[in-house]
Design a protein around this ligand. Structure first.
Ligand code: HXC
Length: 269
């Protein structure tokens, strides 16, 4: 689908996208790249990264993949430093790496709960913490920025109410939203870094939906979403572009819900 944004809105910017090799975050990487940014993607699996980087480069995007696990601080640091060595700066950090599976609290071990918090919440914090010095206004990339960078945390809407078999992810994403607000306050004030989030609803063709929503649930979701359809990865990427562009310069601390109204809908009666 054609983008409504001009192709140069992110010209000269460098983005690092965790979990950027697949799903929603691959589309975010693609659209950031198509609008002028150079893109580094971080993920655990080399083969997925290689395929994704090939696909990005074939569209003329300056892209590179770095293997790493956001649960490991040394990986976070190495990948951020490699991004700086390769592209000389960092303007946009997208925290998209996430873990998920359906399980009832009765069957979920403490370690299972902790694992998802480690990836989603602690991983997001670690990436932000390690990236700070580069995202600061005039950060230590070779080019001196005149404004601070942007952090974009990928969240969910599960925790606005409660979601079956998702106690771990709901808790993890609630923490992510809280991190978004705290960093928006502190780093917005101190460094002009904007920190925002996107909370996607059910998005077609993603590992998340394949894993979480069997066919019958998918059909039900269509009935409940006010716009009567699942979202597309493109919808999330367009929100990311808006937030990353100059048009979003006064948006800080917001988690934008992109779900067609799904989370607030109730059956008609
Ligand atoms: C119960 C499970 C489990 C399952 C793992 N665990 N899978 N418990 N049911 N299906 C438990 C394990 O038993 C173990 O606890 C602990 O979690 C760690 O498991 P490991 O397999 O050792 O961990 P690891 O190899 O690091 O894998 C963690 C993972 C990850 C979370 C399963 O591999 C993963 O999520 N991969 C998929 C990524 C993905 O789908 N991303 C898209 C996310 S979509 P014990 O006690 O046994 O040691 C998304 C959308 C959210 O985030 C919003 C939806 C609407």
């Amino acid at each position: 689908m054609e983008s409504p944004f001009k192709p140069d809105i992110l010209k000269g910017k460098v983005a690092l996208v965790t979990g950027g090799g697949s799903g929603i975050c691959f589309e975010i990487s693609t659209q950031l790249g198509k609008h002028g940014a150079a893109v580094a993607i971080m993920g655990r699996r080399r083969s997925i990264l290689d395929t994704a980087v090939d696909a990005l480069r074939s569209q003329g995007i300056r892209a590179i993949g770095f293997q790493g696990d956001v649960r490991k601080q040394e990986d976070a640091r190495r990948v951020i430093e490699s991004t700086i060595s390769h592209f000389a700066r960092l303007d946009i950090l997208v925290n998209g790496a996430a873990g998920n599976f359906l399980v009832s609290p009765e069957d979920l071990s403490t370690n299972g709960f902790r694992t998802v918090l480690d990836i989603d919440s602690v991983g997001t914090y670690t990436m932000c913490h390690e990236a700070l010095k580069y995202l600061k206004k005039g950060g230590s990339g070779k080019d001196q920025s005149t404004t601070g960078g942007l952090i974009l945390n990928i969240s969910a809407t599960l925790h606005y109410t409660a979601a079956w078999y998702q106690i771990h992810v709901s808790a993890a994403k609630a923490a992510v939203d809280s991190i978004t607000r705290s960093l928006a306050l502190e780093w917005g004030t101190d460094y002009e870094i904007r920190v925002n989030g996107i909370a996607p609803g059910p998005i077609e063709g993603t590992p998340g939906l394949q894993k979480l929503a069997p066919e019958e649930m998918k059909n039900k979701a269509r009935e409940y979403i006010p716009l009567y359809r699942l979202g597309e990865k493109w919808d999330i990427a367009m929100a990311a572009l808006f937030l990353a562009s100059h048009a979003g310069k006064y948006i800080n601390g917001a988690t934008i819900i992109v779900d067609g109204g799904h989370w607030l809908s109730r059956p008609r009666h």
